[in-house]
Design a protein around this ligand. Structure first.
Ligand SMILES: [Zn+2]
Length: 455
């Protein structure tokens, strides 16, 4: 029986952003596989870093490489080059479990290839007796402290649905993310690891006052990213063409997922296929406001302009936090994203659950605020009047925005201000919706509402 297999493969510069499956045979009676991968001129995955090679890595077991099938054992992007799969444990994000004999496939994605090409060498070893990593202790509600931030209006909850863990390229385990979400006062949080092969639902504490987990996946392709919440599946990221991505969006929708176009802005990375349709939501606000979110908000505003009251992309915000151990700050938008910046607020009369959160978002009953303690921006129509309540926005300016731009602006002079005005002229002009932005005196945005449709 062979104890080691050596493999090599090479991507040429013109093969950047393509995938390749590299098969290898697993003999019978194996309890552990260790895969060690090396390649030349390795650089980081940030879209701002260029001039070297970045290799994305995934693994399919003997169940095969079929789209959405049971064979995906994990996808670690460019984070790891040493992977162990044991019947009892696995290097995150890979799935542990029985090691079936037959043909397995490494999946290589050449994210960046420099002018010398990308040369990869792989060693696969069997039953080498590697021990599992130490996992941080499970959090204890008895010793955790939670910030108390009651909402100004009943039925509203705050959360952050876009975050990463060690199950892709984050630095924290899901249960550590849960503890931080609890401590900063979030009522719900999402885990959206890149192309994850297992739901995080069993990896976090639940009930007993813990925030509610909205399990998701960030479908991470070379033409842009989208999140799916509310399903357990994975969606094929290996065909970064308009048709390939449309098929993945359609598959997620067919399973009932809430599908969200992520960070459509430079360095997001951006979204390259405007012709792909079917998004329930768009993320106009991802991470620190100063990180080009004015452009993703413009992308969303443009999509709204082309929408109808029956079918429009709800605007949501998410921090996209990866590194909880490196806290960033708004004054430096290139610093690490931080949980709750921004915060997504949702309204539901039901018990808070993954399903009621998704329902609220689908209904557009949500707004975005700069942080868990940031301004609250409630907007609704009452007959021929618009009613907007702003809590925590003193000294800021409220902008009233229609499909063609700003229709009015005014200063907020007080900590809890309710504005009420006639919109008869707007109705007469057949303006389809109004939405609201709360701006600081120097132009940044502190809160963003969804449209209030008028027809
Ligand atoms: Zn992303």
């Amino acid at each position: 029986m062979p104890q080691q297999i050596h493999l090599t493969t090479r991507f040429e510069p013109h093969e950047e952003r393509t995938f390749r499956h590299v098969p290898f045979e697993v003999p019978e009676g194996i309890d552990q596989i260790h895969i060690s991968i090396a390649y030349n001129n390795r650089i980081g995955s940030s879209p701002m870093v260029t001039g070297g090679n970045t290799l994305d890595i995934g693994l399919f077991d003997e169940e095969g490489i079929e789209s959405g099938g049971p064979g995906l054992r994990g996808w670690s992007g460019s984070e790891r080059t040493e992977i162990t799969i044991d019947s009892a444990w696995a290097t995150p994000p890979y799935r542990s479990g029985s090691i079936g004999s037959g043909t397995w496939n490494l999946l290589f994605g050449a994210y960046k290839v420099d002018q010398h090409g990308l040369d990869i060498s792989v060693t696969v070893s069997f039953d080498t007796g590697i021990k599992p990593p130490t996992v941080p202790p499970w959090p204890d509600l008895g010793v955790l402290r939670r910030v108390s931030l009651p909402p100004a209006e009943p039925g509203w909850y705050r959360g952050d649905l876009h975050m990463h863990t060690v199950y892709s390229d984050g630095d924290s385990y899901p249960h550590e993310v849960a503890a931080i979400a609890y401590a900063i006062g979030l009522d719900f949080y999402g885990i959206t690891d890149h192309n994850r092969a297992r739901s995080p639902i069993d990896l976090v504490p639940q009930g007993d006052g813990w925030p509610v987990l909205g399990p998701g996946v960030e479908v991470t392709t070379y033409a842009g990213h989208f999140n799916v919440w509310g399903t357990d599946g994975w969606y094929d990221f290996r065909t970064p063409t308009a048709a390939g991505i449309q098929a993945a969006v359609d598959a997620a929708r067919a399973e009932g997922g809430l599908v969200s176009l992520n960070h459509p802005k430079p360095y997001g990375p951006p979204w390259e296929f405007p012709e792909v349709s079917g998004f329930d939501t768009i993320e106009p606000w991802n991470g620190w406001w100063g990180r080009l979110n004015n452009l993703s908000t413009a992308f969303w505003a443009d999509a709204l302009h082309q929408s109808t009251p029956d079918s429009w992309p709800v605007g949501i915000g998410g921090s996209d936090t990866h590194k909880n151990q490196q806290r960033g700050e708004a004054a430096n938008p290139l610093s690490q994203a931080t949980m709750g910046f921004p915060t997504l607020w949702i309204q539901t009369d039901e018990t808070l659950s993954p399903q009621s959160i998704i329902k609220a978002i689908r209904g557009g009953r949500c707004f975005i605020s700069e942080s868990p303690a940031g301004p609250q921006l409630y907007a609704r129509r009452e007959g021929d009047e618009m009613v907007v309540r702003i809590v925590g926005g003193e000294g800021d300016a409220l902008l009233e925005i229609g499909p063609h731009g700003c229709l009015g602006a005014g200063a907020i002079q007080g900590p809890d201000v309710t504005r009420r005005w006639s919109i008869q002229h707007v109705l007469d002009d057949d303006v389809p919706f109004l939405r609201f932005e709360l701006h600081t005196p120097t132009g940044g945005i502190r809160a963003l509402s969804n449209p209030v449709w008028l027809r």
